[in-house]
Design a binder for this molecule. Structure first.
Ligand SMILES: [Zn+2]
Length: 445
């Protein structure tokens, strides 16, 4: 069965860095970083204490246990995982009799940065303002709330109905594209930003025009601006993941993708504030997740939602908080059909997110669990952290990663009117010309 065989299906050769060679790691490995959650090192007091560790774990249950203990799993292979752990997390891991195979201070993982093309907070806003200035008739910029440090969380609205644009409320079927929940995943901001640019640049294309005329489109490219700014603030990357909540005692950050309020705190997250998967004191304790919640609650015309993360090249769908598949078999069929169809374009691996390990409190479990929205997480390129640069693959990959994901995004927009129609056999969509030649003709729906 597709969902459970992901690990064995995806065997990759890793270019192991000196860190791993020093730890005696094997070169042939099954590589997976979790999608929703890869841990990070923190700068400052908390980050200086983070370590990048390899821990023996050969089953998803063992990996889930490690996540429960507070390890933010970065990548995994058949016999072990790599991830970030604070000293207290590491102490619990050892007390639980896991074997720590390697241990590296996280600050050694910093990448030098000449990635000027990536957008920081101000540049992202400027890009949205530029798109808005060029397309004032069908776009609008709106703040949906403020971050912990008071930055506006910008949403970019594309709607061809003036009343809907003015009010921010539309009766058209809605699609939401989000990025940058996790600070260091800068590529996850670029892709939704480029999607907005693509749609507007090509708004005269009949097929794009048809989508724009019939959909309510929202792009929220930077859900975690404080963290993203912090990650780059020193001039070299800090591998920061969380937001910038002051937890006291010099410890910062809540994992926004563990803070959503559906089955919150039921596994794969931590109550340890130093953990990179710290779930927060309560569900929706953070203003960033509150803003997304309130926004979605006020836009229940939303049919599809895509939240970008990096890295691992995965297409993930609920459930994340438990191993069981979605109970509604028709919905489950829609998720799997959409995921496998989109994977034909970007080549990513489609699977239920808990097939990696349990993670609760993420965006997609909440969006589907609370509102029935067909919500997906894309883990963008690279496929692994060693040969591809992990969170920091460089500006050279931006165009390719966007191109890889353009058709999946257009597909999501196309099916947003009625995602259940993907189960039918009739080609009711309008994206035929976007299907790459190598795609199985059976998928030219
Ligand atoms: Zn992420």
């Amino acid at each position: 069965m597709l969902l459970r065989n992901a690990l064995s299906r995806k065997t990759r050769t890793l270019f192991i860095t000196s860190i791993l060679l020093a730890a005696g790691s094997s070169v042939q490995a099954v590589s997976y970083a979790n999608a929703s959650d890869v841990g990070g090192a923190s700068p400052g007091v908390a980050s200086a204490e983070q370590a990048f560790v390899q821990i023996g774990a050969s089953t998803k249950e063992a990996r889930s246990r490690l996540a429960d203990l507070g390890v933010s799993i970065e990548s995994l292979r058949s016999d072990s995982v790599w991830g970030f752990a604070s000293p207290s997390v590491l102490a619990r891991v050892k007390a639980a009799h896991f074997k720590v195979l390697s241990h590296t201070p996280a600050h050694l993982l910093d990448f030098p940065s000449q990635d000027a093309r990536f957008h920081n907070y101000q540049e992202a806003l400027a890009a949205l303002q530029d798109l808005n200035a060029k397309n004032p008739d069908i776009t609008r910029i709106q703040s949906i709330g403020k971050s912990v440090e008071g930055r506006d969380l910008w949403a970019f609205h594309i709607n061809t109905t003036p009343e809907a644009l003015a009010s921010g409320v539309s009766g058209k079927p809605g699609a939401i594209f989000m990025g940058n929940h996790h600070a260091r995943e800068h590529l996850s901001l670029e892709v939704p930003l480029m999607l907005a640019e693509y749609l507007l640049t090509n708004r005269k294309d009949p097929k794009i025009a048809a989508l724009l005329d019939s959909r309510d489109i929202w792009v929220i490219p930077m859900v975690n601006p404080d963290g993203a700014e912090w990650d780059i603030a020193s001039g070299s990357y800090r591998s920061w993941r969380k937001n910038r909540r002051d937890n006291g005692s010099g410890v910062f950050g809540v994992d926004l993708n563990r803070n959503y309020g559906f089955k919150w705190g039921t596994g794969g997250s931590s109550s340890d504030a130093t953990s990179d998967v710290f779930k927060g004191k309560t569900a929706f304790s953070e203003p960033e997740t509150q803003a997304v919640r309130d926004f979605v609650d006020a836009h229940l015309n939303t049919k599809v939602l895509l939240t970008f993360h990096s890295y691992s090249e995965l297409i993930l769908y609920p459930w994340g908080h438990k191993y069981n598949p979605i109970e509604n078999t028709r919905d489950h069929d829609v998720f799997t059909k959409m995921a496998t169809t989109m994977a034909k374009w970007n080549g990513y691996t489609p699977e239920q997110s808990s097939s990696l390990y349990i993670a609760s409190g993420d965006t997609t479990d909440w969006a589907y669990g609370a509102h029935g929205i067909f919500a997906f997480t894309f883990e963008l390129s690279p496929s692994d952290g060693w040969s591809g640069g992990g969170f920091y693959p460089g500006a050279k990959v931006i165009d390719k990663v966007f191109q890889d994901n353009l058709n999946p995004c257009l597909y999501m927009l196309d099916v947003a009117d009625d995602p259940y129609r993907v189960l039918g056999t009739q080609p009711t969509g309008g994206l035929h010309s976007y299907v790459e030649p190598w795609v199985d003709p059976a998928l030219r729906w």
